[in-house]
Design a protein around this ligand. Structure first.
Ligand code: GLP
Length: 246
């Protein structure tokens, strides 16, 4: 695992977009797994812009959504699917069959998880995975206490995730469960970028980097990844040992 620190959110986002573009240029049939959330928003907009400006062909890539709120329809602006389509997929020419989302309205959530696991396996794994970090250290919806060895699964959301998650919705929304890829997917991905921005993430980033690796802070799992990168802006990195006195 390597830590990369960028001056601000814009430069962090540009570097993240560059990673996506480079992955697709090198391997036009790559499989990418993407998080939603506030952090990657600008990176995805920059990716869409660069892809259009430079005629980069995304049509043979496969995209897998990292997670979804159970019971939330895809046309709800707070859903992960809506977010990924709005900021990225709607701007690229990708066949629908190459896009994989959890169907959060399915009556058989386990089957949804199996479909995601199968789609990833059929593609021979994930080439580039971009994840954020929750205020409690979650990755996707791998909440504190969960095993590192899981693939896609259904999760009872942590109280923190239910409260913080309200920021994505126009009105107060009942959130109780999530569908998510597992940390085992992340550990098996060929390359992983964990991105974090802002002072509000500085405390959990410090724990992620400096506390013991273990399920209490799911994001610590990236420290065991040989091709894992924790990409931070200066604010998110500001509590790390050796930087807090700057
Ligand atoms: C959300 C999602 C994650 C996301 C994380 C951070 O709840 N489940 O996939 O990466 O929390 O989100 P944000 O970037 O908005 O801080």
């Amino acid at each position: 695992m390597e830590i990369r620190i960028y001056k601000d959110y814009e430069i962090l986002s540009q570097s993240t977009a560059d990673e996506i573009i480079e992955t697709v240029k090198k391997n036009p049939t790559a499989t990418l797994c993407l998080a939603s959330g506030d952090t990657p928003r600008l990176a995805y907009s920059m990716t869409a812009k660069a892809a259009l400006a430079n005629s980069i062909d995304f049509s043979r890539c496969t995209f897998v959504a990292l997670d979804e709120w159970m019971g939330i329809a895809p046309d709800n602006e707070g859903s992960c699917q809506y977010f990924l389509r709005h900021y990225l997929f709607d701007h690229l020419d990708i066949p629908e069959s190459n896009l994989h989302f959890f169907n959060a309205l399915s009556s058989d959530a386990r089957d949804e998880c199996k479909k995601m696991n199968d789609a990833i396996q059929q593609k021979g794994g994930i080439d580039l995975m971009i994840v954020g970090i929750g205020m409690n250290g979650h990755v996707g919806f791998n909440e504190p206490g969960q095993s590192f060895q899981q693939y896609a699964h259904v999760v009872d959301l942590d109280e923190t995730s239910k409260v913080v998650g309200q920021k994505y919705f126009r009105e107060t929304t009942q959130l109780s469960k999530g569908l998510t890829l597992g940390l085992q997917h992340m550990l098996e991905a060929k390359k992983v970028l964990l991105i974090a921005s802002g002072l509000k993430k500085a405390g959990i980033i410090k724990k992620t980097i400096e506390d013991e690796v273990g399920p209490n802070i799911p994001a610590t799992s990236i420290r065991t990844h040989i091709n894992g990168y924790v990409m931070l802006d200066e604010d998110a990195a500001s509590h790390l040992a050796g930087r807090s006195d700057r």
